[in-house]
Design a protein around this ligand. Structure first.
Ligand code: HEC
Length: 126
């Protein structure tokens, strides 16, 4: 019995020790999503661009359409010949069809910057 209490006590001690090392990374994880904290260092497809496209575009640009942005291969294929058109559309340049279309809001400045940086870097598979 005494032994059990000792074991339980040491397990709790170990747990307390490790939980003290935990810190909330939420700010870090979601920092790229807002304009006030826009981390434009080390912009990658997997870390920045994919989630923007997945959340705002692929509902209307799925794998089967000609302008498919679903996954790196499809998006890269489109951008190889149409990267300026893509940038014009998301930036609502004059003469373009604004994307995503109304009533959806224009992408925020941070997301537009992340997309532009990645495309201008040659839209690498990173
Ligand atoms: C509600 C549906 C919808 C959403 C969401 C949407 N699009 Fe579109 N998109 C369309 C339609 C419809 C067209 C074809 C009409 C046109 O080109 O004006 C189109 C055309 C385009 C084209 C031109 C394709 C071509 O033929 O060369 C681009 C680029 C584009 N969208 C980018 C985007 C991006 C980037 C997003 C996300 C930020 C997005 N779209 C979100 C419906 C949508």
């Amino acid at each position: 019995m005494k032994k059990n209490i000792l074991i339980i006590a040491s397990v709790m001690l170990v747990l307390a020790f490790f939980s003290s090392c935990y810190y909330d990374k939420e700010d870090f994880l979601y920092a790229k999503m807002t304009d006030s904290v826009c981390d434009t260092t080390n912009v990658t497809y997997s870390g920045s661009v994919k989630s923007i496209i997945d959340n705002n575009c692929i509902g209307c640009h799925p794998g089967s359409s000609s302008a498919s942005f679903n996954g790196y291969t499809a998006l890269n294929t489109y951008l190889n010949t149409n990267s300026q058109k893509f940038l014009d559309y998301v930036n609502h340049a004059s003469g373009s069809s604004p994307m995503p279309p109304a009533p959806a809001a224009k992408l925020n400045t941070c997301n537009l910057n992340l997309i532009r940086i990645w495309i201008n870097a040659g839209h690498p598979n990173n």
